[in-house]
Ligand binder design. Structure first.
Ligand SMILES: [Zn+2]
Length: 237
């Protein structure tokens, strides 16, 4: 079995409430990649939180290879206060923040998240359908060039059984975190699976099955991987 640790990450924030979020870390007895999974960046996107929680429960009973770090709810205050899309503390969109320990609450949150997970080989963000969003399930794949990083990110997206993936040229957008990760050489994606702040089993399963599939594709947990063939939409370069 994997070695499992679960703890709260907490840090005081100057001029505001303390930052805190839960972290589960699974360390296999065999070396392998390090994968970070983060859900609950936005307070009402429950399918990702529930999918991540289900993966935590599953991994407790399996041998794994490498390290898997899972934050099932990043924006705890947004979740508790049912704050849609924005942080209830500084009213910022967390996905757009550059890390800054001395900055605003959301900038500090991103900085603490990245400091906590450290160097990772793969990063997966689970999003989906805030209270006001009735989304078709899809996966966002950040793009800066037709390089190996794009191909590796796209391969992660194909682990999810969704009808399409969106190619997102992030260099000229506010999407700071996906760009920062690409610039650090880390393939990454964000799912958009879920709708209207609901907890439909269909969407929780899509998140869960996709994550399990990612870990199988990376040969980090037992089971046969599957690859899907979602249509790739978005600007072509
Ligand atoms: Zn979101």
């Amino acid at each position: 079995m994997a070695n499992v640790t679960k703890r709260w990450i907490t840090e005081d924030h100057a001029g505001g409430p303390a930052i805190e979020f839960p972290l589960a870390v699974f360390t296999g007895s065999v070396d392998g990649p390090t994968v970070a999974v983060v859900a609950g960046m936005h307070g009402g996107e429950y399918a990702g939180m529930l999918g991540a929680g289900r993966v935590i429960q599953r991994l407790e009973h399996l041998p794994v290879r490498g390290r898997i770090l899972i934050v099932p709810i990043l924006s705890m205050l947004a979740a508790f206060r049912r704050s849609m899309q924005l942080s209830p503390v500084d009213e910022r969109e967390v996905h757009y923040q550059w890390p800054n320990r001395e900055g605003s609450y959301s900038e500090h949150l991103i900085e603490l998240l990245l400091r906590t997970i450290g160097k990772v080989d793969v990063y997966i963000d689970l999003h989906g359908g805030e209270f006001a969003q009735d989304l078709t399930p899809h996966v966002g794949v950040p793009w800066v060039a037709n390089d190996g990083l794009w191909e590796r990110s796209l391969a992660l997206a194909r682990a999810f059984d969704v009808p399409f993936v969106t190619r997102r040229p992030v260099r000229d957008t506010p999407l700071a975190l996906p760009l920062l990760l690409l610039d650090a050489g880390v393939p990454n994606i964000w799912t958009e699976i879920g709708r209207n702040g609901l907890t439909d089993e269909r969407y929780t399963s899509l998140q869960y099955d996709g994550l399990v599939n990612v870990l199988r594709i990376l040969d980090m947990m037992p089971g046969e991987p599957r690859a899907f063939a979602p249509r790739v939409v978005g600007p072509q370069h």
